[in-house]
Design a protein. Structure first.
Length: 467
């Protein structure tokens, strides 16, 4: 009797364990198919689609279903906002593919802008789970029809932009689903600032001396990937000519100041270089490039949406009674004897007055960097809004700290000869979203009035009248 009971119990355990193993095997696999929805941004690019989004039916939406047991069937149901069925299809897939891709069909109704369509997409696999009915994955898409490209209207702009200089542009974008706004000079992109009222934007652009050409455009794309591109109507002034200077390097410099700079950088011993030319290239090219990357980051890693009203900029005149001792845009070639050993581009203006002269900030702003750099020496950068920053280098002393808000007429430090400087002076840089521009423009009250203040005022008047 006990033996029979034991046998029955053993059989029961075997059946239960076997059933459990079968149920949890691949035969009864419980993972639902994976569904991915992609929308065609352009002929070469497809992006993940949002569950709630906008759709231009001219662009293909594709569904990719994957499952290890194979795809058994899929069903597509489309309804309008009031629940009316406008498309229904169900298809069985007999060849059990592990991946199946199909295109979202267009419903059989007029697709006017603003029409809302709800799609329910269901895909079932070949698993025997759920009493042999398989696992089903469902994806719901709520799409608003949008076939119109955004409208772009230029409200006000500077008349011209000079090679190496900058200019202001204010424009309006009309669209219900703006995805991105790209303002370009043909090589570099610039962020546009929300300005005064919803849909209006302002941006100061730069034409860096490193760029041979300027091709200004505004490109706006909406969430349905409709796109509009318009040209910026600046007159391009190529009349400015920049100096090309040949500088002879002396052995006394190579054996003196250069070693001092290498020691200040602190990452290599002066004796680790194969020769003086190698030292020179290290400071003038490697360290200069690193400095400029630091400057670019400091002048672009800022809040580009905090200021929405026009700013009245005063001329940037940091040194009283100063004289110009170094020009912006100077292309410098360095020679040791007759051999050209390096080159650089001077991205600022050098000003000198008396030793340790006070440096005065003439526009309010936020301090975004105070740092000892290799070539630039003690450097302070102040952000003034709308992408505009000012840079002060070779300082002997810095009086401000990062994140500090400074007011006009504040003494932020004193001139010096830290970094790669020969004699006490100030290196002044003006940067537009990280790109160095002609200092002389931003030091000229007439240029600022005509190209910045008056443009802001015209835009402000136009927007107030329209609103």
């Amino acid at each position: 009797m006990k033996f029979k009971t034991f046998v029955k119990l053993l059989v029961l355990v075997v059946v239960v364990v076997g059933a459990y193993m079968v149920y949890n095997s691949q035969f009864f696999e419980k993972h639902t198919p994976k569904l991915e929805v992609y929308m065609e941004a352009n002929k070469q690019k497809h992006l993940m689609a949002e569950d709630n989004g906008y759709w231009n039916p001219a662009r293909v939406i594709s569904i990719r279903a994957t499952d290890d047991t194979g795809i058994r069937s899929y069903k597509i149901l489309a309804t309008t906002a009031d629940g009316k069925v406008v498309y229904s299809k169900e298809e069985v897939v007999l060849d059990k593919p592990q991946e199946k891709e199909f295109v979202l069909p267009k419903p059989n109704i007029p697709l006017l802008d603003g029409t809302k369509i709800h799609y329910k997409i269901s895909v079932t696999d070949w698993s025997n789970a759920h009493f042999f009915s398989g696992n089903t994955a469902t994806r719901n898409l709520d799409l608003t029809i949008d076939t119109q490209a955004p409208l772009v209207d230029i409200i006000a702009n500077s008349y011209k932009i000079t090679y190496g200089g900058s200019a202001l542009l204010v424009f309006k974008v009309i669209d219900n689903s703006v995805q991105s706004i790209q303002v370009s000079n043909g090589e570099d992109d610039f962020k546009a600032f929300p300005f005064m009222e919803s849909g209006y934007y302002a941006v100061i652009l730069a034409w860096p001396v490193q760029n041979n050409f300027f091709n200004g455009t505004i490109t706006v794309a909406d969430k349905a990937f409709n796109q509009k591109r318009v040209s910026i109507p600046f007159i391009k002034d190529m009349s400015v000519r920049y100096r090309y200077s040949d500088i002879k390097v002396k052995d006394s410099f190579l054996n003196g100041k250069l070693n001092e700079l290498i020691d200040n950088v602190g990452e290599r011993d002066p004796e680790s270089f194969k020769d003086n030319i190698d030292k020179f290239k290290y400071i003038n090219e490697t360290i200069r490039q690193r400095d400029e990357a630091t400057i670019y980051k400091a002048t672009t890693d800022v809040d580009y949406t905090s200021l929405q009203k026009p700013i009245v900029f005063a001329p940037f005149l940091p040194l009283k009674g100063s004289m110009v001792v170094g020009s912006f845009g100077d292309h410098r070639s360095y020679f040791l004897g007759k051999k050209k050993i390096s080159k650089s581009l001077h991205l600022g203006m050098d000003l000198a007055s008396v030793k340790n002269a006070p440096i005065i900030v003439t526009n309010s702003g936020k301090v975004v960097l105070t740092e000892l750099l290799g070539v630039y020496g003690n450097t302070t950068i102040i952000y003034h809004g709308f992408g505009l920053s000012s840079l002060y280098s070779h300082m002997s002393k810095i009086n401000v700290t990062p994140t500090e808000i400074v007011a006009p007429d504040t003494v932020i430090g004193f001139t010096g000869q830290t970094g790669w400087a020969f004699g006490d002076h100030l290196h002044l840089g003006i940067l537009v979203q990280g790109h160095a521009v002609r200092d002389v423009e931003w030091m000229d009250p007439k240029w600022i009035k005509v190209n910045i203040t008056d443009v802001f005022q015209k835009a402000q008047n136009t927007i107030k009248a329209a609103e």
